[in-house]
Write a protein that binds this ligand. Structure first.
Ligand SMILES: Cc1cc2nc3c(=O)[nH]c(=O)nc-3n(C[C@H](O)[C@H](O)[C@H](O)COP(=O)(O)OP(=O)(O)OC[C@H]3O[C@@H](n4cnc5c(N)ncnc54)[C@H](O)[C@@H]3O)c2cc1C
Ligand code: SF4
Length: 163
């Protein structure tokens, strides 16, 4: 890869390594959590060596008495309070979506990703907010963005064994 980097740089471009959140210690491989296996990228790391939210955030707080993680739960609506200005509780479908229950808290964070956070706000419409919550602009769910990425493919007669 170094040679490719140098060749591309010689053409006047500015290649740089992709920053990867892996717990890789190249100067001390025995102590390295990342073992540089064959499946990374879209696969779960079997030795917990990715700096992802599961490893770095969720697991790190699961021992706290005030933390509960509920899985297989689908938030169906955010229910606004009487004034329509704050979320009073969160409606959640549980048990294969067979029944719903509600949860309340001082702070409610909608973190369902770009599409589903917007969808949740839109389907939480009520009498005071018929177009969905926090949507007075009518912009919620619009202007979805996507990666703009190019790929360069180089053909060479020199085998490159890099992984
Ligand atoms: C194929 C792909 C490759 C990517 N590659 C990179 C990369 O290389 N580098 C990078 O920086 N970013 C990358 N991204 C972007 C990155 O993954 C996202 O920006 C990031 O995960 C967003 O985090 P988030 O917590 O906001 O949402 P998410 O990680 O999307 O989490 C949202 C969660 O909410 C849950 N959810 C949704 N609706 C509900 C509901 N109604 N009730 C309950 N739960 C719900 C979902 O199941 C999900 O678990 C990539 C994304 C994709 C799709
Ligand atoms: S999946 Fe493999 S290469 Fe990726 S962080 Fe884990 S051990 Fe390292």
């Amino acid at each position: 890869m170094q040679q490719i980097q140098e060749d591309v740089a010689a053409l006047g471009y500015h290649p740089f390594p992709v920053p990867l959140g892996l717990k890789l210690n190249e100067s001390d491989r025995v102590e390295s959590k990342c073992i540089r296996c064959d499946t990374c990228d879209g696969y779960p790391c079997m030795v917990h060596a990715k700096s992802d939210s599961d490893i770095n955030c969720i697991r790190a707080i699961m021992h706290l008495s005030n933390v509960t993680l509920i899985t297989e739960a689908k938030v169906t609506r955010l229910l606004a309070n009487a004034t329509g200005m704050a979320v009073a509780c969160v409606e959640v479908a549980l048990g294969d979506w067979e029944y719903t229950t509600t949860f309340s808290g001082g702070i409610v964070a909608a973190c369902c990703g770009a599409i589903n956070s917007a969808a949740l706000l839109l389907r939480s419409a009520n009498d005071q907010h018929p177009n969905g919550l926090v949507n007075s602009s009518d912009m919620v769910g619009r202007h979805f963005m996507f990666h703009q990425a190019d790929a360069i493919l180089a053909l060479s007669l020199t085998p490159n064994p890099s992984r």
